[in-house]
Design a protein around this ligand. Structure first.
Ligand SMILES: O=C[C@H](O)[C@H](O)COP(=O)(O)O
Ligand SMILES: C=C(OP(=O)(O)O)C(=O)O
Ligand SMILES: [Mn+2]
Length: 485
């Protein structure tokens, strides 16, 4: 996130939004939006929306444009996206340690991908806004008691009491504050020296020492890579490259833009272009459960200028993907749309080819990225919701296989991860088993890869990118020589 001399969007009113073509909240609600909180007190909701409208934007519209430009490079096969973070951020999780942990995990993965696969990596956190969750059931039942399901800290509390589970619109102000605090620290880290590539050794030092990752392989490989990069950087500096260029990285925020009140209230008319941007995050996506063509989310998103993502699950037909693209990107603007496929390890090889083929044949340049998490969730025998690392990798391999076969560019990965040594997904080099889940299961929604599993995934993806490039004739980055470790 370069803090450039952009003019922040200011002075947006509902009237100006309407004049810019944005549907009103009432118009969106008339479309029967899915997965919304169902607030009891509309007057209170109006008050919160009004307060949010007065607050400064969280991101600048110009940054969203910069990101769209980078995603256009991904769509053209010239860069790779790493998008990751919690399934559900929590207000309690807004601590320096927690934010730093996620950031250093993402930065470490990005270095592995950049160096090992020799491809520029666009870094996007699932953070500073990822507080609202769609659920498969509206209720949760424990010991015969049924209460509204937890829908993320944006909506209600996790504690299993009627009070806590009642949707509270004031929480949307909490989302704004938590996102602002997170983004502020993230900006500080990425511009202030923490992300300096010359310090990459330190991002994992505590982890390596404390938890014995060296033994697992991924940590050890990371250490070797860091040593190699340090030598290369020392050489570059000796050869006259300005070391200041290594101090900062671009980093962007993203979340599923689920709660219409929040996203609408954070939408501002950009003073440079007079166009609406959802300033709650740089990149926002529509989830698998809310991507109905004639639904409220598609209707809102099609008016927003942010680069946007759409999740495509196993029921997606090629025609649906095309219709979504037509509706959300009528101008065929490279970088505008990223399709995030999440079909499941067992199905991706059958389902993805036709979707990619048809969209590609239409002449569109979209970015394709793989979410290998959401199609591979299951309940362990001991009741924990989990995912197997092997399924995650299997889906990723399927994604690379399909794109290799079609000659299209596998543009990135989207993963749920944390910087902590949690035990939420089974497998990986540490061979976590179902009985381990009880040890450190901290997510309030979906199971995340821990730091070790995340790093391991990055090495596997780097290998696929390196191998595949040899056969990928249409790809502009093909000329890089593969590097092996
Ligand atoms: O994060 C995603 C969804 O909220 C989640 O997969 C749905 O989970 P559920 O089936 O537990 O509601
Ligand atoms: C809800 C999510 O995914 P999906 O919409 O793909 O189910 C998610 O990314 O947390
Ligand atoms: Mn999730």
């Amino acid at each position: 996130m370069s803090i450039a001399s952009r003019v922040p969007a200011t002075g947006t009113t509902p009237e100006l939004l309407k004049a810019a073509g944005l549907p009103t909240l009432a118009e969106l609600h008339a479309l029967d939006p899915k997965q919304q909180p169902g607030y009891a007190d509309p007057a209170k909701v109006d008050q919160v929306v009004d307060s949010l409208r007065r607050l400064p934007p969280l991101v600048f519209a110009g940054e969203c444009d910069e990101l769209r430009g980078q995603l256009a490079k991904v769509a053209a096969g010239e860069a790779f996206i790493l998008q990751g973070g919690d399934c559900a951020e929590t207000f309690d999780g807004v601590t320096a340690t927690n934010i730093q942990g996620k950031l250093r995990t993402l930065l470490s993965m990005a270095v592995v991908l950049t160096y090992a696969a020799q491809v520029p990596v666009v870094k996007i956190g699932r953070l500073a806004g990822q507080y609202a969750k769609p659920r498969s059931s509206d209720v949760e039942t424990r010991d015969g008691v049924s209460l509204p399901a937890y829908r993320g800290d944006a909506v209600n509390g996790f504690a299993f009491t009627p009070e806590s589970r009642t949707p509270d619109p004031d929480r949307l102000l909490g989302v704004y504050n938590a996102s602002a605090a997170t983004l502020n620290l993230a900006r500080g880290f990425v511009t202030g020296g923490f992300a300096d590539i010359r310090t990459m050794h330190t991002w994992n030092s505590t982890f390596v020492n404390q938890y014995g990752v060296r033994a697992s392989g991924a940590g050890q490989r990371y250490e070797q890579l860091a040593a190699e990069i340090e030598r290369a950087l020392a050489f570059m500096v000796a050869a006259g490259v300005d070391p200041e260029k290594m101090r900062t990285v671009d980093f962007y925020s993203s979340h599923e833009a689920l709660i219409l009140e929040y996203e609408h209230a954070l939408t501002r008319i950009d003073s440079r272009t007079q166009r609406p941007y959802d300033t709650s995050g740089h990149f926002i996506w529509i989830g698998e459960r809310t991507r109905q063509l004639d639904g409220a989310h598609v209707e809102l998103f099609r008016h927003l200028r942010n680069p946007i993502g759409v999740k495509l699950g196993p029921t997606t037909t090629a025609d649906t993907a095309l219709e979504l693209a037509d509706r959300l990107d009528p101008d065929h603007e490279p970088g505008r749309i990223t399709f995030i496929t999440r079909m499941g390890a067992g199905r991706i090889r059958d389902l993805l080819p036709e979707v990619v083929e048809k969209v590609t044949a239409s002449g569109r340049q979209v970015a394709w990225i793989c979410d290998p998490m959401h199609g591979n969730t299951f309940e362990a025998a001991n009741g924990y919701k989990t995912r197997a690392f092997s399924d995650v990798i299997d889906e990723l391999n399927g994604f690379f296989d399909v794109h290799d076969e079609l000659g299209t560019w596998p543009g990135g990965v989207h993963v749920e991860l944390t910087g902590d040594d949690v035990t939420e997904c089974v497998g990986g080099a540490d061979e976590l088993v179902e009985a381990d889940l009880v040890n450190r299961y901290e997510t309030l929604c979906d199971p995340r890869l821990n730091r070790n599993q995340s790093l391991e995934l990055a090495f596997l993806v780097a290998e696929r990118l390196t191998d595949g490039r040899i056969n990928r004739s249409a790809n502009p980055v093909q000329d890089f020589q593969p590097i092996t470790f």
